[in-house]
Design a protein around this ligand. Structure first.
Ligand code: GLA
Length: 410
């Protein structure tokens, strides 16, 4: 090539490159910045299952503003399965005309007017888990419909998907959302079956790591064709997953069951664990009518701050003695969070000698050498304060928890 031709050739190559970037879905990306910290909101499924309608969604949005949930950070109001009516002769999906007579666009406006965001649910198969129309073969069409309605969040389920490749199916929906042009958070719900933590980082903003949660402490509950899991069962299934999560891509431990029948201690432990492991915090109770004790747990600013910490590193269990477990989570600005969990059926004394521990996190490369560097701590549920120069002593009830925030004193 002569010198004279070179600039032209370079220009043509650059043009072809940018055209390829602009046109090809192979270069599509998920929308950035939608889940820099784990998403927070509410979802209809755990309490209402298929018994949903537009009034419930409006009342829930109003309640979230009135009872402080919105101010605490819960912004997504998510409609789960069974909002669907039929597809019309052009294949366009419509909401159930009896349950959602005003339509989704009006509902999205209502929710947006209150400073909240609206989420919806679909499925990668031809039918959803509730037997409603899924998005298979309609992905681009549905994404455009949702964008026109003003939807902000899509939970995308995995029923009726025999023979489908999960990474390809979810990537198709990601690309459809990108093409529709509206930033919509993509919440992957394939229950951890095909190890989404290994392929979904650039596909969705979170991925379920397990089957469905069940409001019990430590049980496996048969739902017929599948099992649902208690709080500690889900916690144990997170082993080995923390290094896959981070800002924009979270391990989703499923929606919360706080306020749905666990004891108050268990509710606090459940919320603390989801906070420590940086799971999305999607409420599953009826927030229109919750007791003050439930509201206090769900709006605890200290626990939420641990979950929403911008470093985005999930906790790991660094010590187990008898029924007591100790979990650590490095936080931004050199802080740490520490959770002590009593999994046993009996109350247990905590006696933790800080000086004996030099915490080393191979993943985040953060360390805490309590002998050399003292920290002041606040226990976020009780407000109790102390520092690491003295032993941490407490009596933990069965299924009780301590959640400490540590600040360096130097
Ligand atoms: C699956 C999901 C649940 C819920 C139901 C709806 O079980 O895991 O979270 O969305 O489907 O049918």
């Amino acid at each position: 090539m002569t010198q004279a031709l070179k600039p032209l050739w370079l220009a043509a190559t650059a043009l072809a490159g940018s055209l390829a970037l602009w046109s090809g879905s192979a270069h599509a990306q998920k929308f950035d910045g939608l889940a820099a910290t784990p998403q927070m909101g509410w979802n209809s499924w755990n309490t209402f299952a298929c018994d949903i309608n537009e009034q419930l969604i409006r009342d829930t949005a109003d309640a979230m503003v009135a009872n402080g949930l919105k101010d605490a950070g819960y912004v997504y109001v998510n409609i789960d399965d069974c909002w669907h009516g039929k597809r019309d002769d052009k294949g366009v999906i419509h909401p159930d005309p009896v349950r959602f007579p005003s339509g989704m666009k009006a509902l999205a406006e209502y929710v947006h007017d209150r400073g909240l965001k609206l989420g919806i649910y679909s499925d990668a198969g031809a039918t959803t888990c509730g037997g409603k129309p899924g998005s298979r073969g309609h992905e681009y069409q549905d994404a455009i419909t949702y964008a026109e309605w003003g939807i902000d969040y899509i939970k995308y389920d995995w029923c009726d998907t025999k023979g489908l490749n999960s990474a390809a199916a979810y990537t198709t929906m990601r690309d459809a959302i990108r093409a529709a042009g509206r930033p919509m958070l993509l919440s992957i719900c394939e229950w951890g079956d095909t190890r989404p933590w290994e392929w979904a980082k650039d596909v969705g903003h979170s991925w379920r790591t397990t089957g469905d949660i069940y409001p019990c402490w430590d049980c496996e509950f048969s739902q017929g064709s599948f099992s649902a899991w208690g709080v500690t069962r889900i916690l144990d299934k997170q082993a080995g997953l923390r290094q896959h999560a981070g800002p924009g891509h979270w391990n989703d431990m499923d929606m919360l069951v706080v306020g749905k029948g666990l004891s108050e201690d268990e509710d606090r432990a459940h919320f603390s664990a989801w906070a420590m492991l940086a799971s999305p915090l999607i409420l599953g109770n009826d927030v229109r009518s919750m007791p003050a004790t439930t509201r206090r747990i769900l709006t605890n600013a200290g626990a939420i701050a641990v979950n929403q910490d911008r470093l985005g590193v999930p906790a790991w269990r660094f010590l187990q003695t008898g029924d007591l477990e100790y979990w650590a989570k490095p936080l931004a600005d050199g802080d740490w969070a520490l959770m002590v969990l009593n999994r046993g059926a009996q109350a247990a004394p905590v006696s933790f000698d800080w000086g004996a521990y030099h915490i080393n996190d191979d993943f985040s490369k953060r360390t805490a050498d309590f002998k050399r560097q003292p920290y002041a701590w606040t226990e976020v549920w009780s407000g109790r304060r102390g520092d690491t120069t003295r032993k941490l002593s407490a009596q933990l009830p069965s299924h009780g928890v301590l959640l400490l925030r540590l600040k360096s004193k130097t």
